[in-house]
Design a protein around this ligand. Structure first.
Ligand code: FE2
Length: 279
């Protein structure tokens, strides 16, 4: 009980997120003043992301077949297991292949006014599991005011594989946000409070192995879908340099972030994303 209360206060109060953002903004101030930010080139992908909050990237990447059988059972009690450590080279190559596309780099750059920050890279394995979790209710993420999830499918993701499921921007914007608490809602809540038919307006990002999608889970009301098949998806997440939670520094080690940045810079010496993005 006490644990539940403490956990609620820690994760569900917006004031905590804004406090962390305030501290991060102060920390970021010196580099904000001194950094030379390249102008963002025009990007149709960026326009799509700003207006719709999601999209499919026009390019795909080649991904190797990965045998997930050694992980069977490991994600039964959690939403996913990050298997990056077993596939460092594969993840690094996919990461570079995603960002090497100048349109994609321009989208990331422009979405954060030239100063994005690599929050996390993870190759997540999911499998069917029992019980509902909190994140399977409708919610907005509060990682930052703007956040970007690039998703690279390492397996075909069909209806049964728990694709990212969300309401279109116009419906998401009709959900009035509570001023203090990060809420989670059922289909009935959406219908009764906002007149939204969650079933009719839902988008599911199904796709094929090698497909790339982008979305901002802070602007689109979404739910963690349940999967009845296994699924392997690589997530590359960006925030501003002053995110609302310290999770990014906790999830990916500074050395790993620098290594990924160096691989990108080596493949794209003139790439738009500066070393500070990976700092
Ligand atoms: Fe979420």
């Amino acid at each position: 009980m006490l644990h539940d209360v403490a956990s609620f206060l820690r994760w569900n109060l917006k004031s905590n997120r804004w406090a962390v953002k305030g501290i991060n903004t102060l920390r970021d101030l010196p580099s904000r003043m001194s950094e030379n930010v390249a102008p963002s080139p025009p990007s149709p992908l960026l326009d799509m992301l700003v207006s719709d909050g999601y999209g499919k990237l026009p390019h795909t990447i080649a991904v190797p077949e990965i045998d997930v059988s050694p992980y069977a059972g490991q994600a039964r009690n959690k939403p996913f297991v990050d298997i990056t450590a077993d596939y460092l080279d594969v993840v690094e190559k996919a990461f570079v292949d995603i960002l090497a596309d100048p349109e994609t780099a321009a989208m990331i750059h422009g979405y954060f006014e030239g100063r994005p920050w690599l929050w996390n890279v993870a190759l997540n394995y999911s499998e069917p599991r029992e019980g509902l979790t909190d994140s399977q209710l409708w919610h907005f993420d509060y990682g930052d005011q703007r956040q970007l999830h690039l998703m690279a499918y390492f397996s075909d993701v069909g209806e049964a594989s728990g694709p990212f499921t969300f309401l279109r921007m116009e419906d998401s914007q009709r959900v009035a946000r509570h001023p203090f608490v990060i809420e989670r809602m059922t289909d009935d809540d959406l219908a009764n409070r906002f007149g939204i038919d969650a079933k009719a307006g839902t988008v599911r990002l199904t796709g094929k192995n090698g497909d790339l999608f982008v979305n901002d889970p802070g602007r689109l009301m979404h739910q963690g879908a349940r999967c009845s098949t296994t699924r392997l998806v690589m997530f590359v997440t960006f925030t501003s340099r002053a995110p609302m939670s310290s999770g990014g520094r906790r999830t990916i080690a500074p050395a790993a972030r620098k290594r990924l940045g160096a691989a990108y810079r080596q493949a794209c010496p003139d790439g738009l994303l500066a070393p500070e993005v990976f700092g």
